[in-house]
Design a protein around this ligand. Structure first.
Ligand code: GTR
Length: 392
C-alpha cells in the first residue's frame, strides 16, 4: 500500500494534476523565439554596450516581475562565523571548513555552509558554489560526497567547493505547508509587502551571501566563483548568475522548464504543470502565461550570463527537462555572445547522447543516463572552467 501511494506521489508531477506533458517531437508546435536583441521600444541592439545597458536590464526585469521575483540587498547585519575546520580531509588533500552565515546582528537568522578547498593551494582557489538537496538540520550537512559532490575529484583539480542546503535558506514547500521559517517570511516581517519573491529567488539570494563570504576568505578566489546547480537548483544557478555579476561562470545541470529549456517547444514539463506543482517557485504574475506567450523565452535567462562562460548540460533520459530544448537554448544565446566576440556552440542541431560541444564560451553536453549530476559532469565543468577562466 505504502509503495503504491509513493508511486502515485512520484507520478503526480508527471501528469501535472491532469495536464499532460508532451513527449512526441511531432507535436512540438511551430514557433519563433522572441528576438533577444530587440528592445521593448522596437529598436535593435547593435553592440555589447547597448546589450549591457539597455536590453539586459529589460530582460532581467521580465524574469524578475514575471517569473522569479526580486532580491533584497545584502542584509545590514550580515557577518560570518567559522564554526569548524578539519585541517585534513581525503588523506590530506583538502581542508573542510564550516561557516555560519549570520544574516542579522542577533544571529536569529543563520544558515550553514560547508566548504572544501585544496590543502596545498599556492594561490586563492577558484570555487564552485551551489546548493544541495539535503534536509534542514541534517547532521551530515551536504556531505553528499561521492556522486553528486565528488570532493576528492574537485580538490584534485585545484578547485574549492561550497554548498548549503536549500531548505536552510528557504524551505522548498508549497505556501500552505510553510511554517514561515525562511528568509522570505523574515523579510516580510521586517518590510511588509516590499518584496515579492519566490523560493528560487530566495535560494539565489542565499548563494550570493555565500559569495559575500568568499570575498572575505583569503584562500578563495572571489574573481573565479562559479555558480552550479542541478535541476531546480540549476534554475537557481541561472538566476543567481543573472542577478549577481560577481559570478564568473554559470553551470546549469539538467535545469529544464523555467531553467534552460525553451518553453515554446512545450516538450516535457511545461508552464502549466510546473506552476501547479511548485507554486512557491514563482511570483503571482507567472500565472498569466502559457507556453507560447512569455515575453522572452528561456534563452533570455541564459543570455543574462553573457559574456561570462555558460555551461548547459542535459541527460539523455531526462526528457522531462527536454534535452533538445536545452540545446536550443544554449545555441540561441549566440546573438548575444556574438556582441562580445565570444564563441558559442559549433553544432547546428542537437548533439547525440554522450557528446559534448564545449570548446567556446557557451558549452552544451548530453550525458547518457538519467536526471542527476555525476563525476563525469564535474570533469567537463572543471575543464571548461579552466580554459575559460584561465586557471592554471
Ligand atoms: C521536478 C520538477 C523539475 C525539476 C525537478 C528537481 O519535480 O518538475 O522542474 O526542478 O523536480 O528539481 O529535481
Amino acid at each position: 500500500m505504502k509503495r503504491v501511494l509513493f508511486t502515485i506521489l512520484l507520478l503526480l508531477p508527471l501528469v501535472g494534476f491532469g495536464q499532460e506533458a508532451n513527449y512526441d517531437e511531432s507535436k512540438v508546435p511551430e514557433f519563433t523565439l522572441p528576438d533577444l536583441l530587440t528592445l521593448n521600444n522596437g529598436q535593435k541592439v547593435k553592440n555589447a554596450k547597448q546589450w549591457m545597458e539597455l536590453r539586459r536590464p529589460e530582460i532581467l526585469e521580465i524574469f524578475t516581475t514575471e517569473m522569479f521575483g526580486g532580491r533584497p540587498e545584502k542584509p545590514e547585519g550580515l557577518h560570518f562565523k567559522q564554526i569548524g575546520q578539519d585541517e585534513e580531509v581525503y588523506g590530506g588533500l583538502g581542508i573542510r571548513r564550516r561557516i555560519q552565515v549570520c544574516l542579522d546582528n542577533e544571529e536569529k537568522h543563520t544558515f550553514e555552509v560547508l566548504i572544501h578547498f585544496p590543502k596545498n593551494h599556492k594561490r586563492p582557489c577558484p570555487i564552485f558554489i551551489g546548493l544541495n538537496f539535503k534536509d534542514k538540520n541534517d547532521e551530515t550537512i551536504a556531505l553528499e560526497s561521492g556522486r553528486r559532490w565528488p570532493y576528492e575529484l574537485i580538490l584534485n583539480e585545484g578547485f574549492a567547493v561550497a554548498t548549503a542546503t536549500r531548505n536552510s535558506i528557504e524551505p522548498d514547500v508549497r505556501p500552505e505547508e510553510s511554517k514561515g521559517d525562511g528568509v522570505r517570511a523574515w523579510y516580510e516581517q521586517m518590510y511588509p509587502g516590499k518584496y515579492v519573491w519566490s523560493a528560487i529567488s530566495a535560494w539565489s539570494w542565499g548563494i550570493s551571501r555565500i559569495a559575500d563570504y568568499v570575498e572575505t576568505a583569503k584562500e578563495l578566489d572571489a574573481s573565479r566563483m562559479i555558480v552550479i546547480g542541478h535541476s531546480r537548483l540549476g534554475k537557481t544557478a541561472l538566476w543567481t548568475g543573472a542577478n549577481d555579476l560577481r559570478f564568473a561562470m554559470v553551470v546549469s545541470n539538467n535545469s529544464g522548464c523555467c531553467g534552460a529549456a525553451i518553453t515554446r517547444r512545450a516538450f516535457g514539463e511545461n508552464f502549466g504543470i510546473i506552476g501547479r506543482s511548485f507554486p512557491h517557485w514563482f511570483v503571482p504574475n507567472f500565472y498569466k502565461y502559457n507556453d507560447s506567450n512569455f515575453p522572452v523565452d528561456q534563452n533570455g535567462l541564459a543570455a543574462l550570463t553573457a559574456p561570462r562562460p555558460l555551461y548547459i548540460a542535459s541527460a539523455s533520459q531526462d526528457l522531462w527537462a527536454d534535452p533538445k530544448g536545452e540545446w536550443l537554448c544554449a545555441k540561441s544565446v549566440q546573438s548575444v555572445y556574438d556582441l562580445f566576440g565570444k564563441k558559442g556552440l559549433e553544432s547546428s542541431e542537437c548533439i547525440k547522447p554522450g557528446e559534448r560541444d564545449d570548446s567556446g564560451a557557451v558549452g552544451y553536453k548530453i550525458r547518457i543516463g538519467e536526471h542527476n549530476v555525476y563525476p563525469e559532469d564535474w570533469i567537463a565543468y572543471m575543464k571548461f572552467a579552466k580554459r575559460n577562466l584561465k586557471i592554471k
